[in-house]
Design a protein. Sequence first.
Length: 303
Amino acid sequence: MGLLAVVLGPVELIAVTYGLVVPLVMICAPISVAEAGPVVLLKFWPLGSLTEAFAAALLGVAVLVAAAYPITALATAHALLARLLLTSGKGEPGERLAELTRSRSRLVEAFEVERRRIERDLHDGAQQRLVALTMTLGLAKVSPPAEAAELVARAHQEAKLALAEIRDLIRGIHPRILADRGLPAAVAELADRSPVPVEVEVDVPRLPEAVESVAYFVVSEGLTNVAKHSGAEQARVRGRLDGRLLTVEIRDDGVGGADVTAGTGLAGLADRVSAVEGRLMLSSPPGGPTLLRAEIECLPALP
């Protein structure tokens, strides 16, 4: 464990910083310029206009897509090294380690799926709008004043749509409201965005970041499945902390019949929960109702 932390820890920190954080800061440059005016991006790149900010965002998209491959390779190397160093002998500890290794492999596969999703969303959404915006601004430069004004107005609309798609993408990676205000506020925002009416009853203090993130994605995936597959008219989300046990439940009055093997994202969600020593349980008889329950043992975070 010490070798993993000392040798791979700094490498992984650098990879995440330059492979994910820096590109995301570049992608968010239009938001910063639109809200605060000219900025100095990454403390060395002055951006004085939205055109320059969108150029930086395009470069950030390319860097993010390119960085996903070495980060995936690094995650695979971490898994292989952990297996080599931590393989134990016979008996129950060895069986437990084998299960952790299998779970880690599934998480690496889930990371690859998530990387492809982010790449697809960037390519099909924000990138296309940014390219269209750049072309529209280019036409505006060489057009007569009356026609240029119409093109600038169209570019303004494209910019707003691109900013909205970038915000949605970043929210899907790690929502800012979760980091700033905790699980109750983040779940309430998920319920507000759900097409199915959702009653929320989540009363928990600030928890460790990893626990909050897993609980958030349990609720997010659960409400997504309610909207897509259940045919429910109403859903309910409950969250409570009993001692050290965090319990999160998503219940709906839909048709039931949910299946972990049916490609609804529940298998990957179970791996997320098991990675923080939790359990994910599903009850969904034909005809309903469906209950998705996650139990995670944790300690409240310091305020």
